[in-house]
Design a binder for this molecule. Structure first.
Ligand SMILES: *Cc1c(COP(=O)(O)O)cnc(C)c1O
Length: 369
């Protein structure tokens, strides 16, 4: 059996170990928030936003942000059919209804025309997910939001390092959410971040994030409203501080891996990697390869071929509308079609060139037999 190639794996150096060790030894009592505040400040500076709140997950950040916008029973929230369930679950937990629309075949992100067509009097938000680090058409989505008075939220969990016409993904919407799960571009093991430029929204989420205790409340153990508990620990934040200190290097490595796949595959007819639109820089969290319909290559045959070569490759997300809790419907057209003939390629930071060549050799074998 050939050695295993993992699809993602964190890049951990002495720095992460040193900070985590320090937080474990010393980050208690009056020091128990130091790494958390440092991590929030550094992440905010990287993105160029006014406010950041570290959370235990991206799902938690989304849940609190949607609650702070007042989303609840009877409301509708529009998002793409192609998504991980984490972007949709908080909508359901708040009693609202996710409304799924199709993706664009080129970018794999939300189709703005279909978003506008799906708006009803109940629509309370649009969630733009920058899938695999590709960018949603934020100009179009923000214009639609403005026209209809509906906030546009950015789930930028996959888009660290992605830039839309000079603005970082996650910094453009009513709020942005990030994930530091072990598979993401920077990690804290589990973790997330809520970011916003809106002072009032920040204050509400800050209160919600601390079991509803306002930071101006003088009384002990006195919640002012029913809140949530989605906080990040100081030890996790210590790892985050080291990762964010290395963020440019970590993004550059992801981009270099995608670039190298492009080079190695440049003469391959019949398959295509992530699209890079003019004016958009993609953070390249996840290289995904889509095969032309004429090649007859399917997601199933790709999974089997990668598994046989001991390479950990993953499927493109299933259309959410096809999942049982959303009614097992037929997925949206492009969402279903792209999923049926594509595969996520391994892209962990420490991956070497030989491993990338092995992946590409396998792809050639599938294409040319
Ligand atoms: C990973 C991911 C999430 C979930 O992040 P958690 O930190 O695991 O909650 C949410 N949205 C997107 C787009 C993701 O890729």
């Amino acid at each position: 059996m050939k050695p295993r190639i993992p699809y993602t794996k964190p890049s951990i150096t002495e720095l992460e170990v040193r900070y985590a060790t320090d937080a474990t030894a010393n980050g208690w009592g009056e020091h128990c928030y130091e790494y958390i505040h440092r991590f929030e400040a550094a992440f905010k500076a990287h993105l160029g936003v006014k406010h950041a709140i570290a959370t235990s997950s991206c799902t938690g950040a989304l849940h609190m942000g949607l609650a702070a916008l007042g989303i609840g029973v009877g409301d509708e929230v529009i998002l793409a059919d192609t998504n991980w369930i984490a972007s949709a679950a908080p909508i359901v937990h708040l009693g609202a209804t996710p409304v799924f629309v199709d993706i664009l075949a080129q970018t794999w992100c939300l189709d703005p025309q279909q978003v506008e067509a799906a708006i009803t009097p109940r629509t309370k938000a649009i969630i733009a997910v920058h899938l695999y680090g590709n960018l949603c058409d934020m100009d179009a989505l923000l214009a639609i939001g403005e026209r209809h008075g509906i906030p546009v939220i950015e789930d930028a969990a996959e888009a660290i390092g992605s830039v839309w016409h000079g603005r970082r993904a996650g910094s453009m919407g009513a709020f942005g959410s990030f994930s530091f799960h072990g598979t993401k571009t920077i990690t804290t093991g589990e973790g997330g971040m809520f970011v916003t430029n809106d002072d009032a929204l920040y204050e509400t989420v800050l209160t919600l994030s601390n079991h509803g205790r306002s930071r101006t409340q003088k009384k002990q153990f006195w919640p002012d409203m029913l809140g949530y508990k989605y906080k990040m620990s100081n030890v996790q934040a210590a790892i985050g501080c080291a990762q964010v200190a290395r963020i440019d290097e970590l993004i550059a490595r992801k981009q270099a891996i995608l670039h190298r796949y492009r080079e190695l595959l440049h003469d391959c007819q019949g398959c295509k990697l992530n699209d890079e639109q003019a004016g958009a820089v993609i953070g390249a969290w996840m290289p995904n390869l889509v095969f032309d319909p004429e090649t007859k290559v399917t997601s199933e045959c790709l999974q089997a071929a990668f598994a046989a070569d001991n390479i950990d490759a993953r499927v493109f997300f299933y259309p959410l509308s096809s999942l049982p809790m959303f009614g097992s419907q037929r997925g949206a057209k492009a969402s279903t079609d792209i999923m049926s003939r594509s595969i996520n390629l391994p892209s962990y930071h420490d991956m070497n060139d030989e491993e990338q060549q092995r992946v590409v050799q396998l792809v050639r074998g599938v294409l040319y037999g």
